[in-house]
Every structure is written in C-alpha cells, then in structure tokens.
Design a protein around this ligand. Sequence first.
Ligand SMILES: Nc1ncnc2c1ncn2[C@@H]1O[C@H](COP(=O)(O)OP(=O)(O)OP(=O)(O)O)[C@@H](O)[C@H]1O
Length: 255
Amino acid sequence: MRAADGTAVPLLQGLGLRKRFGSLEVLCGVDLTLRAGEALGVVGPNGAGKTTLFGVLAGALPASAGTLHFDGQDLAGWPADRRCRAGLARTHQVPRPFLGMTVLENVLVGAQHGAGLRGAAATQAALQALDRAGMAPLAGRPAAALGLLDRKRLELARALATRPRVLLLDEIGGGLTEAELAQLVALLRALRGDGLTLVWIEHVLHALMGVVDRLLCLDAGSVLAEGDPQAVMADPRVRAAYVGGAMDAAAEVAA
Ligand SMILES: Nc1ncnc2c1ncn2[C@@H]1O[C@H](COP(=O)(O)OP(=O)(O)OP(=O)(O)O)[C@@H](O)[C@H]1O
C-alpha cells in the first residue's frame, strides 16, 4: 500500500505504545515500524517487555496508550480474533497444543478459529500450513507424542493456518539443539522467501541473526537501540543491558 505522496505505507506501525499493569509501566512508549516482507528481531533482557509488546500488537492485551496501524487500518478496539483474521498471527513462548488431538486437528483449530475458515477451505489451509512447517508426515500423530522441535513446528503451523501476512514469533528457538536450530532457521528463511513478514523475539541470538534484517532492543519497556543487527548488538548500551550467556552470544555475533 502507498500513501498519497507515493511512499510505501508500513505494513505494521505502532507509535508511542504503552502498557501498564496497575502501577507498573511495562511498555513506556514503544515505536515499531515494519515494512512488508521484512524480518525484524526483538531482543532484550528478561522482563524488558517483549512478550507484552506482542500481546499489545496481537490484541491479547489492550494498550494503555499509543496507536497501532496494520495495512493502513487503525487497530484501536480490534480484538485478537479480528486482528488474526486480518492477517496478524502470533506464536506463544510455551506451545500448548491440544494434547488429545492429532497434529492435523490442532492445525485445523487454527484455520477454523483463527482464520474463520470452514469445511474444505479449513482443511486445505491446515494441510498447506503443515506442509510449509515441514510437518505433513506427522499429520496423524497425537500432539502428545511430539518432541520439542515438532511442538514448536506445530505452534508455527497453527499460526500459518490462519494465513497471516505478519507472523509474530515468541522465542521459538528456546531449548532446541544446534541441529534443530539450523532446521528452524532454514524453515523461517523459506517462509520469508514466500513473502511472509516476521517479527521474532529471541534470546538465541545466532539463530535470530541468521534470519532478520533489522533488530530492535527493548530494555525496561523502552527501545534502547534499533537498526542493522550487527550495529545493534555492538552498541555498548545493548551489551550493558545483557548479562551472562546472552551477552557472550551477542559478543560473538558482533565480533
Ligand atoms: N499480566 C501481568 N500482570 C503484571 N505484570 C506483568 C504481566 N505480564 C507481564 N508482567 C510484567 O511485565 C514485565 C515484562 O514482562 P514480559 O513477559 O513482557 O517480558 P519479556 O521481555 O518478554 O521477558 P522474557 O525475555 O523473560 O520472556 C515483567 O516485569 C513481568 O513480570
């Protein structure tokens, strides 16, 4: 979409986003702009407000202040299901599939409840999502029998079944082995190749850096730095905000 002056309208744009829980201000005026086809990484120490930001973007949490536009539409007052149907999907940090259902049945829930599809259209969207997530051979397997990587893939497939334009990924890399991370990175790159726009919260920085074009670092609810991933990770304020292993990984990546 283009503005009257010919410039591209951002696909997703939040300005001055704030979120309070009682007296605790968790987001303190966050600006976020995403162009179509872009992949933005979101990093920051524990408790920085990253998942809360996703909640505000996806409509699970009402913003205390600020504006949010998706594809030129003002999302104020739009509940999560309406945002999802408009093409804004998310995954959750801890995948919670319906354990008594098969993989396909879980993904069908995404197609039906997330995208509002019915009958053959829902089945087709679910099968396509399973295929994109590399899970087609596991369609009939009970979700309870899946290992961690496949649970994460299932979470991804459930979101893909809603046919998103923007996918918000919350720490999908956590707990995976290096070999599994490599598979995940290849999968996310392929989704990008299909034109999907991504926002990815991740602590596993080397995986994140293999996918994103731009990084945004949150600290205590504010944007500490934003821009070229290497430059953001080399920023002394970002390095100071990290501790322990994440800092080591950041240093490696930035070297
Ligand atoms: N529903 C809530 N009520 C009160 N406080 C909350 C609520 N949700 C989150 N918080 C607080 O908001 C702050 C930010 O939490 P959030 O989960 O957004 O951080 P995060 O950057 O995603 O952290 P992590 O990297 O550990 O997942 C934390 O102090 C958290 O305890």
